[in-house]
Write a protein that binds this ligand. Sequence first.
Ligand SMILES: Nc1ncnc2c1ncn2[C@@H]1O[C@H](COP(=O)(O)OP(=O)(O)O)[C@@H](O)[C@H]1O
Ligand SMILES: [Mg+2]
Length: 445
Amino acid sequence: MIPQDFLQDIAKQHSVSDREMEVLLPAMEGKATKAIAKELNISEVLVRKRLSDIYKKFHITGKGPVKLTNLQKLLFTKYQASVAGEVATARPVIDNSPVVVTTDSVKPLQTQDWQEAPDVSVFYGREAELATLSEWIVGEQCRMVALLGMGGIGKTILAVKLGKQIQQHFEFVIWRSLHSQPSITDLLGDVIAFLSQQQESELPEDINERISLLLQYMRQHRCLLILDDVESILPSSGRFGNYEQEYENYGVMFKRLGETEHQSCLLLCSQEKPKEIESIEGLKRPVHSLPLAGLKLEDAKKILQEQGLKGEEKWEYLIRCARGNPFALKIVSAIIKDLFNNNVAEFTEYETWVFGDFRLILDQQWVHLSKLEKQIMLYLASLEKPASLGNIKEEISELSTSEVIEALAFLKKRSLIVTKSEASATVYDLEYLVKKYISKYHSTK
Ligand SMILES: Nc1ncnc2c1ncn2[C@@H]1O[C@H](COP(=O)(O)OP(=O)(O)O)[C@@H](O)[C@H]1O
Ligand SMILES: [Mg+2]
């Protein structure tokens, strides 16, 4: 239960009026709109209207009852966060500055280093994901959280948005991208230099000792370490491979940060789940991962809106084709803007897609697939209709059914295929964009 005075404070901060407050309090207790209307002697329509105004004030989107659940989650997370962070809501939150020193009485020093993290001033939706992540990191004090999903889906921007939202709960916040594949020696040197405020002049050469030193800081202080583009240092031969020798100690570091007790959190963003996380998660340690899907329809529409697109009757179709992937949508929107006079409907008539740099993301996924997975994808791309397990088995006869099922499960997890129920059996098809991509770049036909 969230105490009423906390609710009142937070509502005031969001300019919720007294009238709206009368509706918010019972709604948070789970009372139905009908009961609230009766209690307040007003119409149910008016209750809904006030709730809808409240959702807007908290930037809650979604449909019907989901909004209330999202609001409840958000307020609960804020409450937990405020308990964990002691009067967190009263603290100033200063965005976009590389180093911030506050004169906070609870934690005298708050230092951040966002290096070249992207600007998050344009950010849509993701309320539920933000609530879950902050609940794990601030509420449950998880030691390691992985944000997973295909390229362009919005991991980076979400991690930065989250980091800025919860920064007041940490003494140190540091964001680093592994895109340029730094050696772990360099990365640890960089992070430790920051955490020690350049006091640690002689760092040990031995990697394990460096990891121990990092852990020492993570025990002594509450730090949030965000590592982005982690897939860059993961095995290049997909999940069956081993780390390249140069990067295998990253695996050791993930394992130690996940298994050892400390008061900090490593938040990592990656297209693939590092295997160390998989094994630790299984043991119910404070380690979680969140797979990220595309943006919700109404949030994805804002991306098209931002570009000033028209032809609204086809927006939903366009967004579904891209599975709400904001990067794919941004690229195609720019083309529609430039070449189709902003008209989405005109573009969709051609039943085509323009990949641009989004192709690189799919290329990367493609090279990570096993031979069998590629065979299945090529087969599905060659068909007009979806195929059943029986059809696939017939086509690739040298393999056992269980091997094919395992491959299909993996492809589904990667958002590469979709399953559909038909009268006689479940059938499998490629995702719309994936089919277009394979037919265009990999099909031999
Ligand atoms: N929730 C969002 N609101 C607005 N723009 C978004 C959102 N999510 C992603 N984007 C945009 O889509 C693009 C890809 O997002 P990014 O975070 O870089 O994806 P990833 O890290 O998963 O590859 C960026 O240009 C980003 O600004
Ligand atoms: Mg990214």
